[in-house]
Design a protein around this ligand. Sequence first.
Ligand code: OOB
Length: 560
Amino acid sequence: MTDLDHVPWPPEVAARYRTLGYWRGQTFGAWLSELAATHPERTAVVGRTGTVAQRWTFAGLDDRAHRLAAGLHGLGIRPGDNVLLQLPNVPEFLSVVFALFRLGARPVFALPAHRGTELRHVAEWSGATAVITVDAHARFDHGALARATADAVRTVREVVVLDTGSGGTTDGAAGLAELAAADPDHEPADRDPGEVAFLQLSGGSTGLPKLIPRTHDDYLYSVRESARICGLRPDSAYLAVLPVAHNFPLSSPGVFGALHAGAASVLAPAPDAATAFELIEQERVTITGLVPPLAAAWAEAAGRSTRDLSSLEVVLVGGAKCGPELASRIGPALGCRLQQVFGMAEGLVCYTRLDDPDELVLTTQGRPISADDEIRVVNPDDPAAPSDAQVPPGRSGALLTRGPYTIRGYFRAGEHNATAFTADGFYRTGDLVRRGPTGHIEVVGRVKEQINRGGEKVAPAEVEDHLMAHPDVLDAAVVGVPDEYLGERTRAWVVPRPGAAPTGPVLRRFVRERGVAAFKIPDLVEIVPGFPVTGVGKTSRRELREALRDATGPSSPADP
Ligand code: OOB
């Protein structure tokens, strides 16, 4: 890594975070060893790989991670390597991640929904040397996708596939199970806890995802505090419903929070209520985390379910706004306490507290983890030329933040960092918020060009670029439109080239075939003769999208 890869905290700030005990100088590898020594026989992870049910103790997970580290080292993976990881909710996710941590290699956390364009971009940007994936998941051949990524990206030397017996491509790849059978003879070198431990993907607003570098020190602080704030105990059981590589199920409090507490993580292979309710009953699950549309679906399904959900104590809801109406239904329907969470892979995480009055739990998205999370709510009027003047208390404005677990810059993104962060290191979250007298934050909108599709983030510019790659398309604009179930869905307005007549279904198929996550394929496609031109004569993308969002007109539902 060079100095430009990772923007560090200023030395005096870092020293302060250490003095305050936020940063403890422990690596993830050492953390797992300590947990395995404290709770060797407790269950750490429960799940299944294909048809095989798995249940590992802390000692078992620790041993597995040691062996896999040796196997991956034998394959040539070295300290400082970035390794693209695309695994669904399987126990092996944890052994791979800790094996890489121990080697000093950095997982780059792709989501199972990502496809060719995203994987190529992220592999190239990070200079990934290997891809670790599953043979197939949800009827998609991830083995073939990893192979194609390796063929397209020069730096990728190895493909490792977890064979679940689901029929995907494993040819020419190293088998994960075989690597995990290695003798744990490779003694991991001591890592620096201030180093980058892994790279998360940002939701993105300006185009393809950015990479978010998180250090051992900063992330472990957020994990410990999240576990405490969410009341995790050794006899808790956390159900990971959302894709576990995402920051929310990973650490808010997520599977890492569960590990910290000596509690079990139960990995749900799918998020639907039937699958989840069965696991809640079987494993006596006490806590889970959901995006609002899922919480609504579960609340609805609970009324009809005969499953015993009585073990459930806390359901966290976040990733997108959970309004008071939905919020008020969740606790009664699922027989548990609601905890709202407003977080971001870049750092800052806010929770309502378990002892907060109902009023705050139902109407706010919580308050920050740390007393040293600095919050500024500023005038949002001109995001292009921000004055960053703070608004009076109680008024809404754009949220800026910095603190002991919020990054100071994206990975290898000097130019973007100049606008995504203030000169004094505050991250521009792009969220429009109001802060109450208790410090609780209500998310009231956003200033960033991003669509939040039920918690899944879509950058309009990225989808527009895909549409404009079609030979029949002259111009395209993508906006988020209100949706009862998802909160928002995507609507594309397309201007055809003269003489061409593309249709919505054709364009949606085209975008899908370019290899993008399904959640980015426009839900609605509208073919229009031209775009409105704004008064200034020159139409900015932002103004154009705003004009279209406000425009009425018949919408043509897309094909399924
Ligand atoms: C979580 O992380 P990301 O990185 O996928 O997305 C972050 C963005 C925030 O900037 C905000 O725009 C939106 O997602 N968001 C919410 C929200 N939680 C996240 N908007 C309104 N209300 C909420 N409760 O989404 C994430 C990371 C950790 C924990 C939870 C969510």
